[in-house]
Ligand binder design. Sequence first.
Ligand SMILES: *[C@@H]1O[C@H](CO)[C@@H](O)[C@H](O)[C@H]1NC(C)=O
Ligand SMILES: *[C@@H]1O[C@H](CO)[C@@H](O)[C@H](O)[C@H]1NC(C)=O
Ligand SMILES: *[C@@H]1O[C@H](CO)[C@@H](O)[C@H](O)[C@H]1NC(C)=O
Ligand SMILES: *[C@@H]1O[C@H](CO)[C@@H](O)[C@H](O)[C@H]1NC(C)=O
Ligand SMILES: *[C@@H]1O[C@H](CO)[C@@H](O)[C@H](O)[C@H]1NC(C)=O
Ligand SMILES: *[C@@H]1O[C@H](CO)[C@@H](O)[C@H](O)[C@H]1NC(C)=O
Length: 370
Amino acid sequence: MIRNTFLLLTLGAMSTMAQDPEDEPQTWPTPDRGSFVISNFTFDAGETLDRLDIHYRTLGEPKFNADGSNNVVLIGHGSTASSEQFLNDGFAGALFNPGQVLDAQKYFIIMPDGIGHGNSSKPSNTGLRARFPSYQYSDMVRVNHRLVTEHLKLNHTRLVMGVSMGAMHTWVMGSEYPDFTDALFPIACQPAQIAGHNRLWRKLAIELLRTDPAWHGGNYTKQPLASLSGVLSLLQTMFSSAVDLQARYPTRDAMDAFVDALLPHVPEYDANDQLYAWNASHTYDPEPQLGAIRVPLTAVNTADDLMNPPQLGLLERAVGQLMRPGLGKAVVIPESEHTVGHGSYIMAKLWVQELELLLARTEARNGTSY
Ligand SMILES: *[C@@H]1O[C@H](CO)[C@@H](O)[C@H](O)[C@H]1NC(C)=O
Ligand SMILES: *[C@@H]1O[C@H](CO)[C@@H](O)[C@H](O)[C@H]1NC(C)=O
Ligand SMILES: *[C@@H]1O[C@H](CO)[C@@H](O)[C@H](O)[C@H]1NC(C)=O
Ligand SMILES: *[C@@H]1O[C@H](CO)[C@@H](O)[C@H](O)[C@H]1NC(C)=O
Ligand SMILES: *[C@@H]1O[C@H](CO)[C@@H](O)[C@H](O)[C@H]1NC(C)=O
Ligand SMILES: *[C@@H]1O[C@H](CO)[C@@H](O)[C@H](O)[C@H]1NC(C)=O
């Protein structure tokens, strides 16, 4: 079954949805799955969970070089998504095959499901519902770091990258653990507190759910469908780009059919999971720590990303605050017939050249400073 229908539909997967995905030949290598169980995990806000399960997918095998460098790549997914979101033609099929930039025969690729997401512990799959601890990005990054270092016993990575929320985690990882990676590649985010327009819709989403009597303080027995639809509608709108939607749905009837196909999927989502995931960026504020980032970073956004509009200049401002000029590079890909708004992050062909350049400029980690 296809998860995250709203995101998939936004990403143009409507045609895939209509068919049985089993009929389509898979264009990427199949990941292994694993689980990291943490006992008595204490969140930064002070609450403790007696058992936190972190689900993850991997491809390839770790390999080490004499200079201590290795081939480990950590990839973080977007809000309310999971590692599953990478398993499609445009991402996994464009990066992980033999000869491609993150060839799984060459790299060891780790794709965790963050706290509260996918098959990791979350309000809906622990029975805790609104008693699940309110997790933040700081907790998610710390757990991903423990997954790599404690569970997989790898003290370092070749690359940390991520999309949307995973991109925000990439900035945080770079400053919290400055020696953890050789290179940082955040795609589709702003390295700044979530405020202004980006906060407007998130706060509205959170308050729609929280103030809905049908939410019952998180104890609902049926999904609070009106507020949940509201949240998903906001998300859908923020994910989209006007140019892309106009091209794909140029008539009233075409767009109506799109919305009519979307709405029956609302009950597949969980209100508490949504609420927690959107609130997890509450304390995100990487800017004061940017000076701690010590390794090359390339940040990519697209010009038609409504969540991260380039006219705010936040990406350039952040890159300017890194330790020294030249360490960071801010790239804004112009809007084109190939971009689809925020969801452009999943289309590797748009930014794979920048990834190649970043890997090339961080090739030698043998005692030389960058
Ligand atoms: C977790 O905490 C409980 C209660 O404080 C304790 O009994 C248990 O031994 C702890 N488990 C681990 C693995 O530390
Ligand atoms: C990290 O692990 C590698 C491979 O086991 C080893 O060569 C290297 O010295 C370690 N580095 C540190 C800082 O512990
Ligand atoms: C969770 O695991 C189940 C069973 O292994 C799988 O069918 C499902 O797709 C997974 N969900 C996510 C979001 O990864
Ligand atoms: C929800 O249920 C929990 C116990 O499971 C209870 O402590 C809490 O007061 C309930 N909240 C509401 C708003 O009913
Ligand atoms: C959102 O997160 C903040 C910071 O952890 C917390 O204080 C607040 O209670 C959370 N709000 C909701 C609605 O969970
Ligand atoms: C580091 O490696 C590069 C390329 O492999 C080599 O040219 C350079 O001399 C090495 N530097 C040191 C300090 O070993």
